[in-house]
Design a protein around this ligand. Sequence first.
Ligand SMILES: NC(=O)c1ccc[n+]([C@@H]2O[C@H](COP(=O)([O-])OP(=O)(O)OC[C@H]3O[C@@H](n4cnc5c(N)ncnc54)[C@H](OP(=O)(O)O)[C@@H]3O)[C@@H](O)[C@H]2O)c1
Length: 257
Amino acid sequence: MVPMKNILILGGTTEARQLAGKLSHRADFSVTLSLAGRTESPVAQGVPVRVGGFGGAAGLAAYLREEHVHLLIDATHPYAARISANAAEAASQTGVPIFALRRPVWEPVAGEHWTLVDSVAEAAQALGAAPRRVFLAIGRQEAGAFEAAPQHRYLIRSVDPVEPKLAVPEAVYLLARGPFPEADERALLEQHGIDAVVSKNSGGEATYGKIAAARTLGIEVIMVRRPPLPDVPSAETIDQLAAKIDHLLDPEAERGV
Ligand SMILES: NC(=O)c1ccc[n+]([C@@H]2O[C@H](COP(=O)([O-])OP(=O)(O)OC[C@H]3O[C@@H](n4cnc5c(N)ncnc54)[C@H](OP(=O)(O)O)[C@@H]3O)[C@@H](O)[C@H]2O)c1
């Protein structure tokens, strides 16, 4: 009998869930998905899930040892820099191989007006002094940074409610979970008279609609650059990653057959 290989996927993204589903069909893989526990009602993941932080890189390293993990996959969001750094560190401490799933960044295309910034706080400054109508599509965790620019009117979209509400005179809150098609995004931007979109460079299709819609409407995009991420072996798509995993964990491949 082929021994089971334990795979831990650090998730919180659609791709992590899809990858877990794909790998769980393999009789020789035992897949666990790890979530930070930020979302109040996460969508069903289809594989065993563990929830909550590990306690830094050392805690994750201890988990990898205790659970006899053979492979660690970092499929977290590109802005979740701390867990990615911890994953790289824990893999190096334990000798457990690591792969990251990294979506390619969006690149500006002709007709788009991007202003690049390094942080959400910088994005708030980049909106300028004059009042604007701003669509915040950066999630709820960092929305508070825009209290520093209370002159603008905000439309704030998130999966879970922003609590506490922002201390700004004008803010409209919208609860929604992607994917967000371009046509819907365009209608939303028009309905609220938006003249600036603040976005992270998440990559992928699910949340690109707002960027395309902003282009069509001639709206500026304040784009928060990705944080630096550790240099570990990575793939851009689920299929590419699955092929790499096969190669690494396949017993035939291990014997050099
Ligand atoms: N940041 C975003 O824009 C964004 C967007 C969509 C989804 N997400 C997802 O939300 C989660 C949290 O994001 P974040 O920005 O708070 O990340 P972060 O700043 O990199 O992580 C903060 C801490 O949360 C815990 N953590 C994060 N992801 C975890 C996971 N998958 N499993 C177990 N613990 C995890 C770790 O705690 P310990 O140190 O105690 O282990 C980590 O040190 C990530 O899994 C990410 O994929 C983030």
